[in-house]
Design a protein around this ligand. Structure first.
Ligand SMILES: *Cc1c(COP(=O)(O)O)cnc(C)c1O
Length: 347
């Protein structure tokens, strides 16, 4: 295979820039398990403010952020309400069952969203036969939903249902900043409805590692305990926290470029034969391409595209996912469109 023209498999493939590496090299560090890393502390304070929460805790991954938040707010036998396409259900190795002893009640709805009526209908009666509904998880933007942004009014209605039944709410905001840039909402406009919020620095923000969980002081103290239990206590973590700080300071506003590139890719790919793409469905940096089943499969098409230097992920039998990010230029998008059209013509 020749060198890839463009890697659209995920926004996790970004490389730390020379400036980000410099910030990492120069970071002041200490032992963060003793609470003594000044860079980690600065990051946590900065992110708590950004998200409008009392406290934040730096963790190694988005999965650990979600799973510690779940563990801190549930008991074995509890039930978590989430979308059937959610990351916590599909891509975190069965964490809610294995680590928290929780079952999941899965809801359907367009683009990874659901409404307050669906939540209401899913609530369990307070009776000893049933698992106890304990936590509602919303993912924003929604990954398998195609990078969709949640509607604030719907989240507010779901919060009313949660309050009436004493449920907690967690926001899987791995790509929350994409949602904020796309909608113009400030992060606290979303986060005000949630007890806990996770977000990732290692996706579109371009840091090599790291995520955060934010919430009240009391909840984050519990999350801290489970971070240790799950093996996520880190020592001189300022080296990676510095990259996260750099990402927050430099790489949020530019997510708009990724969104424009995703739209451009969708519009270009929509002209290819045997492939259907809906450019209007592209709200942020994720594009789905559906391949006509009578011609080929997504996996086979991905392999052919790889031969032309374009990497994408087959996420279903007929579905390819392309994700734009800070290491993809608009020229690379044009090259990818040309490769997609040529490949589709010859399958
Ligand atoms: C990437 C992602 C995560 C976390 O993934 P890690 O690989 O564990 O960092 C969580 N939620 C969503 C929606 C994601 O896309």
């Amino acid at each position: 295979m020749k060198q890839p023209i463009v890697d659209l498999r995920s926004d996790t493939v970004t490389q730390p820039s020379p400036e980000m590496r410099r910030a990492m090299a120069e970071a002041e560090v200490g032992d963060d398990v003793f609470g003594e890393d000044p860079t980690v502390r600065r990051l946590q304070e900065r992110v708590a403010t950004l998200l409008g929460k009392e406290a934040a805790l730096f963790v190694p991954s988005g999965s650990m952020a979600n799973q510690t938040a779940i563990r801190a707010q549930t008991q074995p036998g509890d039930e978590i309400i989430a979308h059937a396409d959610s990351h916590i259900y599909h891509y975190e190795a069965g964490g809610p069952a294995a680590l928290s002893g929780c079952s999941m009640r899965l809801l359907e709805g367009p683009g990874g969203t659901f409404d307050a009526d669906a939540v209401n209908a899913a609530l369990r009666p307070k009776d000893s036969h049933f698992p106890q509904s304990a936590l509602i998880v919303i993912e924003n933007t929604h990954n398998r939903g195609g990078g969709t942004c949640w509607n604030l009014d719907e989240i507010a209605r779901i919060r009313e249902v949660a309050d009436a039944q004493n449920l907690r709410m967690h926001l899987d905001g791995a790509r929350l900043m994409n949602a904020c840039v796309a909608t113009g909402h400030k992060p606290p406009e979303y986060t005000q409805y949630f007890d806990t919020v996770s977000t990732c620095f290692s996706k579109g923000l371009g840091a090599p590692v790291g995520s955060v969980v934010a919430g009240t002081e009391a909840t984050i103290r519990r999350v801290h305990r489970f971070r240790k239990m799950f093996g996520g206590g880190m020592r001189q973590a300022g080296v990676i926290a510095a990259a996260a700080l750099y990402a927050i300071e430099h790489n949020i506003d530019r997510l708009a470029d990724d969104h424009a590139n995703a739209k451009r890719l969708a519009e270009g790919a929509a002209r290819a034969t045997h492939i259907s793409v809906d450019p209007d469905a592209v709200e942020t940096n994720i594009v789905f391409l559906d391949v006509d089943a009578s011609v080929t499969t997504a996996a086979a098409l991905a392999e052919q595209l790889r031969g032309r230097g374009v990497l994408m992920l087959a996420t279903g039998p007929q579905r390819l996912r392309a994700v734009t990010h800070l290491d993809v230029s608009s020229d690379q998008i044009d090259a990818a469109i040309a490769a997609i059209c040529q490949t589709a013509d010859t399958v």
